[in-house]
Design a protein around this ligand. Structure first.
Ligand code: HEC
Length: 161
């Protein structure tokens, strides 16, 4: 008797697994809407920004290993920027991506590579624990953000009061 229950369990599990994989596969096949792409890109940028602020805190506490790990995370997120920016994916009023991105996509990609390397460099220096050199490298990394924002990100609209 227990054996039968178990086998029912296995069958039920197999059916659930089959259905679940079907659902998740359909989810993957469906292309993302411009709205979803926009959301993802904004979220990624916000995550990068938070991590940059975290770096300042970790530096003030001398937590170099965590700082190195955070810088590596930032590097990984930055490499994803081009794939998060498919043609025409500016969506909604809040979007600040400029159409110039798709006229100069190779430059956009290059700026993302440079920025992600700057983050890796910071990680390497943090592992060495030399805070002076490291803070300069942090400033260099922040410059690579601006290097992309200047040509490719619209200025923030001023809110009307
Ligand atoms: C290769 C280009 C590129 C690089 C490198 C880059 N960004 Fe961005 N960033 C953009 C673009 C484009 C937008 C506008 C995105 C949008 O509105 O769809 C943006 C938007 C943002 C925003 C605004 C998000 C919001 O709330 O709408 C923040 C914050 C930000 N970036 C932080 C950073 C930081 C910090 C770095 C560096 C560590 C960085 N970015 C590196 C291209 C880049």
């Amino acid at each position: 008797m227990p054996i039968r229950i178990t086998s029912y369990g296995i069958i039920a599990g197999a059916i659930a697994l089959f259905m679940f994989s079907g659902v998740s596969k359909a989810g993957r096949d469906k292309p993302e809407s411009p709205e979803e792409i926009q959301k993802n890109r904004t979220l990624t940028m916000k995550t990068i920004d938070k991590a940059m602020r975290r770096i300042r805190v970790l530096a003030s506490k001398g937590q170099w290993n965590q700082l190195a790990a955070t810088a590596k995370d930032i590097s990984g997120l930055i490499t994803r920027i081009p794939e998060l920016s498919p043609e025409g994916s500016g969506f909604g009023e809040k979007s600040r991506i400029k159409p110039e991105v798709w006229l100069n996509f190779s430059e956009y990609e290059e700026l993302s590579i440079k920025s992600s390397f700057a983050a890796l460099n910071l990680a390497k220096l943090a592992e060495g624990g030399d805070s002076g050199v490291m803070m300069r490298s942090f400033v260099d990394l922040a410059k690579t953000c601006r290097a992309c924002h200047k040509p490719f990100r619209k200025k923030k609209k001023k809110r009307r009061k």
